[in-house]
Design a binder for this molecule. Sequence first.
Ligand code: NAG
Ligand code: NAG
Length: 491
Amino acid sequence: MSLMLLLATSAAGAVQPDRCEGDCKGARAQVLLQTGVVGRHTFSAQGSGEEFKDVQGVASMSLSDQSALVEDLVTEMLATGQPLTGTQKEIIERLNETFVTETLPELQKRHDSDQELLNVHAAAFAHCDVDLETNSQRVSTLNSDQSSTESVRTECLAQEGSLQSSEKLKHEELTAYLKSLQPPSSMMPEQRAPTPTMDDFVAQNLEFFKSLNSSYVSLKEQISTVEAEVEAKTAGCAEAGLVFDEKFCLWKTGVENAKSNYLNCRTETLTLYSETLKTAHSNAEGRRADLVAVLKVQCYLEMLLDGTTQEKLKECKDAEHTSSAFDIAEPQLIELNQRVLDGLGAPGSRVQCTAAGSSDAGSLYGTYAAGEAIVSLTNTGTTTSTSTTMQSTTTATTQAQYYTAAEGQDCPPGQAVLSEDDCKVAGDSVGYLSWISSFTLSSNISPPGCFWFMVDGPSMPVDFYFNTNLEGSALAGLRFRSFRGGICKAA
Ligand SMILES: *[C@@H]1O[C@H](CO)[C@@H](O)[C@H](O)[C@H]1NC(C)=O
Ligand SMILES: *[C@@H]1O[C@H](CO)[C@@H](O)[C@H](O)[C@H]1NC(C)=O
């Protein structure tokens, strides 16, 4: 009605203002059509006092308003069959120009910028890899550090082992030597006089014991030497173990930090990328819809200029626009760099490291640089070889304090002599051979603590020894035809 009138009158060059009476779309078209200066024609709402805008105003309308406007035009054209006025043609051209020079380029520009942003986010994965490479070089230094300290320790332990074997061998050598000894008869000649027999006796014994002393002392010295070497090596290896543990933990922490930095970096990057991708897709969908609308409107515009028919209208409506112009190209994302991750190494848990610096992703090795205690070390359980060096001093000041238990008997409870020093005094005080060998041993067939021992039956001289095995018993020794008993403290 009113719009029909509007279009008709507008065609005649004079537009009557109309009020919006329910058909506001029509009113919009009306307002547009009556505005502006087009060519020689100036349209104004006569006497209405309304503000009118330039025909250029169509360029600043929203796309949906623009297409609504065009659809209204088409509808009215179909209804009236009137040719287009000059103003309407101007509007059509202006609209087309807007599409071609502004709307479509703007859509393309926004699409390009979305795509570019998405590409930037995708490229950010590479930064994670660059960091990982840098960290992996540091970790590799730490790895070779710990690996070489491990070699040092391993070599040390091997040397320690071989020294221990040679210590054992020396002991065995001494034992074998002592066992092989064939002492000359200790039975003194019956005739106590300077006889050749006595000369022989003295000479033989002297030679034997000289040689025994010399070999015996030499073998014992060799044992002490190797014992000292074992002790020094053991201490050195414990030190090497500490160094290794520390280096190992530095490496382990380095590996853990490099891994978590990398994975965090990728997670954060992926989150941003995914958000961007989602938005880009949603933007692209909107732009495709805009493009389809523009193409459809352009088709209408073409039709309006060429002559509007139902057939052409149907063609414009049904036209399929499958444009890939605004498709988002999803960049190929850099995959997780498993090769470099694997190259960091797998420290495992050979050493218990305290969790240091794990929360400090920013400065990888700061915790260690500060020199904090980083490892809780496991006790390596070194065996300390006790070398007893007893001097054969004779102190007879405390005689009668000690007594000997019978063969096969331990001291009564509380009377055993349980220190080496006391044992030496005790043995002297009961008149037994002083212990040239300072023999301390661990024996379960001897009385605990200080005890006496007859080398080869009751007719032989008596030695005394010190048994560190508190579970030992003289009774057990009896089964071996071994003659021994406790040297005890008098109650
Ligand atoms: C036993 O031999 C060592 C070393 O040759 C010597 O120093 C020591 O005096 C000797 N002992 C005796 C009792 O002759
Ligand atoms: C719109 O502009 C384009 C490019 O200048 C042109 O090819 C097309 O024919 C025009 N359409 C109308 C309806 O003016």
